[in-house]
Design a protein. Sequence first.
Length: 265
Amino acid sequence: MQQIKALGFAIKRVLADSLYGESEAVIRCLETLQLPYIVAIRSNHGVLMAKGQRVRYNFWHAYDQPLSEHPTARRHLREIIFGHRRKVRYYQITKGSTSAPDQAASWFIMTNLEGGILLSVATQYSLRTWIEYGFRQVKQALGWHDYRLTDDNSIERWWELVFSAYLLVSLHAEQCKQYQPHLTATEAVPPQVLPFTHHPDWALGITWKSALNNLRLLLQPYWYWGMLAVWLQVFPTPGLKRGLHQLMDWMDTFRILPVPQQLLA
């Protein structure tokens, strides 16, 4: 974080899970750099209080949490005050019952944000989910941590390739959402709309994973041509070469087309 700030990046806020929220070194660094943060903490997080002070749980406040491709979900939030309200504030969020909150359906957060943040702190913290979601795709689907290299420059080069691929997939996924916002995997698309959907493995969804699946299908002819080109020099097969080039030409015609309004009616 010190290096990132030294590079000149403007950090609006820092969001982190309890691994960092419970790290004294991380919190001390954030305070030293005067960075606003919202971090998760454990339910048994300890706070020093003067003798005679007590922990106060304020009233629950309901709010609606936006969800991607789903209706909003009703959540509840309350502030927890250790003795007296301090610069660092503490909150509990639950998606279960407020009369007896289940620990499995609740989480606790700590923040140094100032002002009236009761109705916004939970929504701000929820942005961490999307950061985590993006990194999960990078690590699991694209192999960000699967490098087989030992020197820093090679590892960084591998990471750049992976993030470039992530950007490519993300841009395609965003285009799918923009042009086909109502298309679902159960709807049939006529061939004049998108002939590529005739492939049995083509995904009709508008998610990041469906975009990754379809891009891999589109790139297959190029991969196979790269593997077979040398063999075709040893065993010339004009028909195979011509067919692969024709197939690659078809892949070049791929465009994300808007779905006709009559199909959405």
